[in-house]
Design a protein around this ligand. Structure first.
Ligand SMILES: *Cc1c(COP(=O)(O)O)cnc(C)c1O
Length: 307
């Protein structure tokens, strides 16, 4: 089962020449090491949801996602681990699950896949109750991307895994749920920096402030969102980003994906180069996992990394 006390998460110091000469202490919290299949932050987002499923005695977990969604893969794996049926509503009618590694994995975990058109998907996403099958009282619905109150509660545990004093914590933002949980748990002087992986100005700040209020926090003083590192939008990438990822991997032996952690780390390095962080400050970059959606495995990584 998913047990917070059972996991030991490495905190890895980055010592490549750029960072060593910068005067900033950069560490990576390797949430990608949390679980082999319930990847990175998704483990924390699913933990209390799965407990809620058990408590409500729901029979099926129903959720939503795109064809390469880390959330779909993680939910399928969590369902398998908990012995709970899962249904994934997948955006796109023309998909062949046997040709797509994410969907093949989800299916192998026992997830039932239902393909819907983009238009239908949009409607379902806004109001899942619109979807006839979701009206079953025995279904537990997890929204697209997996962000809801139990997910954010799980993410409030992430900062407690950092066992050194720190000033900044950096995290990629998809829905912003993970960063919301992290922000809730920070001490007064600590700062959370979110890196938007989508082109949606203002969206993350607004969403996270809403979630903070849900948890009775009415200040966003220790929250900052960087919106200049989305590389064209969700799932988009450039040769510059891919080169950064492969250089970072070669120098530090830590795999990054091009959808989330690669963009965050690119942003962290850019901010360090621009002297955003005061000298001697300690910056924690959260490795949120997501390696199942990685574009090209890097053959130079140590065995077991990036595959
Ligand atoms: C899902 C995901 C995120 C985004 O998490 P949110 O809580 O939606 O902001 C970040 N990184 C990785 C690797 C992910 O899979």
């Amino acid at each position: 089962m998913l047990n917070f006390n059972a996991v030991r998460i490495p905190l890895q110091k980055i010592t490549d020449p750029t960072i060593s000469s910068s005067g900033v202490n950069l560490y990576v919290l390797r949430l990608d090491k949390t679980h082999p299949h319930i990847s990175g932050n998704k483990w924390y987002k699913l933990k209390y949801n799965m407990e809620e499923v058990k408590r409500q005695k729901a029979e099926v977990v129903l959720t939503f996602g795109g064809a390469y969604s880390n959330h779909i893969a993680a939910t399928a794996a969590a369902g398998k681990e908990y012995g709970i049926k899962t249904i994934g509503i997948i955006r796109g009618e023309e998909l062949d699950e046997n040709k797509n590694p994410t969907l093949r994995f989800a299916k192998e975990c026992g997830m039932q896949l239902r393909f819907v058109s983009r238009e239908e998907y949009r409607k379902i996403k806004i109001d899942p109750a619109n979807y006839p099958i979701a009206q079953s009282p025995n279904y537990y619905i997890i929204p697209e991307g997996g962000t809801n109150a139990p997910a954010i509660k799980g993410c409030t545990k992430i900062a407690s895994l950092i066992d050194i004093p720190f000033d900044y914590v950096c995290c990629a933002c998809g829905t912003g749920g993970t960063l919301a949980g992290i922000t809730i748990s920070l001490k007064e002087k600590q700062q959370a920096i979110g890196f938007s992986v989508l082109k949606a100005p203002g969206y993350h700040k607004e969403e996270i402030i809403k979630w903070l209020a849900h948890f009775h926090i009415y200040t966003s003083a220790n929250l900052h969102i960087e919106e200049n590192y989305h590389f064209g939008g969700y799932g988009k990438h450039t040769p510059e980003l891919l080169k950064f990822i492969s250089d970072f991997e070669d120098q530090n032996g830590i795999p990054l994906d091009q959808v989330y952690t690669g963009k965050m780390m690119f942003g962290v390095y850019d901010l360090i180069r621009k002297n955003y962080f005061p000298k001697d400050s300690t910056v924690i970059a959260i490795h949120t996992g997501g390696l199942q959606g990685k574009l090209r495995p890097n053959p130079t990584l140590p065995k077991g990394e990036g595959d």
